[in-house]
Design a binder for this molecule. Sequence first.
Ligand code: MN
Length: 225
Amino acid sequence: MVALVFPAMPTVTLAVTGRPERFPVRRIFCVGRNYAEHAREMGGDPDAEPPFFFTKPADAVVESGSHIPYPPATANLHHEGELVIAIGKGGAMVAEEDAAAMIWGHAAGNDLTRRDLQAEAKASRRPWDMAKGFDKSAVVGPIRPGPLPDATLRCSVNGVARQEARLSDMISKPAAIIAALSRMVSLSPGDLIFTGTPAGVGALNRGDTCKVEIEGLQSATVTIV
Ligand code: MN
């Protein structure tokens, strides 16, 4: 046993649909601009580049059904409804045809974003970390094991529809995302990949409940207090 100067933080875990065991989270990766209309609404060109990635810390995870405080340092908190891929088998320099075998399951997720800080970071060519990787910024629903057929993703705020798209509308599909990410870093079991959000992102305020639904998966719901 290694003696520690204080107790280590416990591993972050997520609920699994239909099973009592929980999924241990290692790292959280996120894809930027992966739906054409969202890329355009953010002022980008959807055809200009291969997938690019940013990260959130694992302990930014928020389980579905949570109430979280409105985060500090922002006046423009945004929702981003997304499909989350849960990795069960690691790898590096993976070919697209081998990527599906690395997927353990899927979940609905919400890539909460301090949009004002992101806009400042873009304008001043600074990192996105504080816009994306803040405390309680990664809402993830229960992970359902196994493959996921094409489905509709919906995001609503207080029951009012904000975002809707088919998962097949992604510019980079899950296999291409995993292959591209594995050329940047080694992937390991427990990694989560947020796959990007469709058009319709918008503000969340105190008192709002934001629900991300994907057919076949349990929802990822969060309330801002
Ligand atoms: Mn996102």
